[in-house]
Design a protein around this ligand. Structure first.
Ligand SMILES: *Cc1c(COP(=O)(O)O)cnc(C)c1O
Length: 465
């Protein structure tokens, strides 16, 4: 041991020249690397100061390896793709709907090159970016016209502003929803400049309540799907068709916020009460609003379908410029809508639909196979396939649990919370849910090609015990 242990520390320059760091210079640049080497050297000095003897890693190569690790940790991307084993198909914290392959490819192509976003290739003249989705939405919903903005919250704001600014909108007290993330109907009204006129009570609203409230300041009647809660028991709500009839009588448009934007009937999956965009248009709603990334299974967007007169008004509103979709989202949305032109293709290719449609028997087989692979891991005490229940999520179908198959996992030396944490923070993040002191991995939301990665992730998580 030298008399002055600090003199054993290599120079910054020497560390930077070591192979692992030389190879990283393309990724990080000299300044960032120098800073990281200095930080690592500082740490080594502090350890010497505390009286620790530093062996091996004071050498330039050892330090360089530690610096490379430090850089990897510090400059890891904040957004990482994760494996969703929660069973919640529309998980808002995990980006809601995973998109269809064709939609992702369209977004990727739009991102990497140029496209006729606002150009008619036939005439060479400027056109509207809404052309990309208008015809498809009209075909799929039966609406006269359609347009799209960033999300359904924006769709609601712009519709209310364009149609009802400074005037009253009548809505049932039973439908004054909060979706979460500060989307509350009364506040959205406030932002739009429309005046909220509540009628009825929480559980009972009658057509007569609407009729009595109509006056010279009324601009529209509104119906909002109570997506994320249900009022049950002694209840009464106004049917959309009756609201439409009342609207016609008084020459008032009816705005219907249906929330999830189902384009196929979800009764086929055993879910009741999810309004179809097409039914709402057929019932005569002047404007139907819905999300692109809930049950529709596309990118985040808010779609407005309805009478041409209102869509034109909305597109002329100055907020349209602020709320308009970017080229990648538009490309992905158009590709998603085009899949729906053939309903069988949609059920097969739109992941949200194929996950919901996945037969229990398939889920059971996949869960049993995953459980068997996990049982082969040393640190695993128990891995058992069993039946369970899960929810669609994303503020849709809140009261309807869906049967599913899961794997219950118990590790030998690691608690379920610790195991969940390690899986979340591992090389490949895997998210499960915790029930009865067990980690639950639900196969419904795990893409089949990711099953092996789940096994590798669990291996890494318990291996580090
Ligand atoms: C989810 C939802 C919204 C908000 O939609 P985003 O696309 O999340 O902005 C608005 N209204 C209803 C009824 C909803 O279910």
């Amino acid at each position: 041991m030298a008399q002055n242990p600090y003199r054993d520390l290599p120079a910054v320059h020497d560390v930077l020249e070591m192979p692992p760091l030389r190879d990283l210079q393309g990724a990080f640049g000299r300044d960032v690397m120098t800073e990281a080497v200095r930080a690592e050297l500082d740490e080594a000095r502090q350890r010497i100061q505390r009286g620790e003897t530093l062996d091996g890693h004071v050498a330039a190569s050892g330090l360089a390896a530690r610096v490379a690790q430090r850089l990897g940790r510090k400059f890891q991307a904040k957004l990482r793709s994760v494996i969703n084993a929660t069973g919640i198909v529309l998980h808002t914290n995990l980006g809601r709907a995973p998109m269809a392959e064709a939609a992702a490819a369209a977004a990727c192509q739009a991102a990497q090159g140029y496209l006729n976003l606002e150009l008619d290739l036939e005439t060479g003249k400027r056109s509207s970016r809404q052309v990309a989705i208008r015809e498809w939405v009209c075909r799929l919903t039966g609406a006269e016209s359609a347009t799209a903005v960033n999300n359904n919250a924006a769709a609601t704001v712009i519709a209310l502003r364009a149609l009802c600014h400074g005037k009253e909108v009548i809505i049932s007290r039973g439908q004054l929803i909060e979706i979460g993330g500060s989307f509350r109907i009364p506040e959205i009204m406030g932002v739009s400049g429309a005046i909220l006129r509540e009628v009825g009570t929480t559980n009972i609203t009658r057509l007569a309540d609407f009729e009595r409230a109509i006056g010279p300041d009324t601009a529209a009647l509104m119906n909002v799907h109570t997506s994320n809660y249900r009022v049950s028991g002694f209840t009464q709500a106004v049917a959309l068709a009756d609201l439409v009839e009342l609207g016609k009588k008084h020459r008032l448009p009816v705005i219907d916020d249906i929330g999830s934007g189902a384009l196929v009937d979800f009764a086929r999956f055993g879910f009741q009460g999810e309004p179809l965009a097409r039914d709402s248009v057929a019932a005569g709603a002047d404007l139907v609003l819905f999300s692109g990334d809930k049950l529709l299974g596309g990118p985040q967007a808010g779609i407005l379908a309805g009478k041409k007169e209102w869509i034109q008004k909305i597109e002329k509103d100055p907020l349209m410029r602020a709320f308009r979709l970017d080229k990648m989202t538009l490309a992905a949305l158009e590709a998603t809508l085009r899949i729906y032109l053939n309903e069988d293709a949609a059920l097969r290719d739109v992941p949200v639909l194929s996950m919901l449609a996945m037969p229990l028997e398939t889920l059971r087989r996949r869960a049993e196979s995953l459980a068997a692979s996990l049982r082969d891991i040393d640190g695993i005490h128990r891995a058992e396939a069993c039946q369970d229940e899960a929810y669609v999520g994303g503020g849709s179908l809140p009261d309807q649990a869906m049967p599913t198959w899961v794997v219950e996992v118990e590790a030998r030396h690691v608690s379920e919370a610790e195991l969940a944490q390690r899986l979340r923070t591992g090389q490949r993040a895997v998210l499960g849910r915790i029930r009865d002191c067990k980690l639950i991995l639900d196969l419904r939301t795990v893409l089949e090609q990711h099953e092996h990665e789940v096994v590798m992730a669990v291996l890494a998580a318990v291996g580090g015990a």
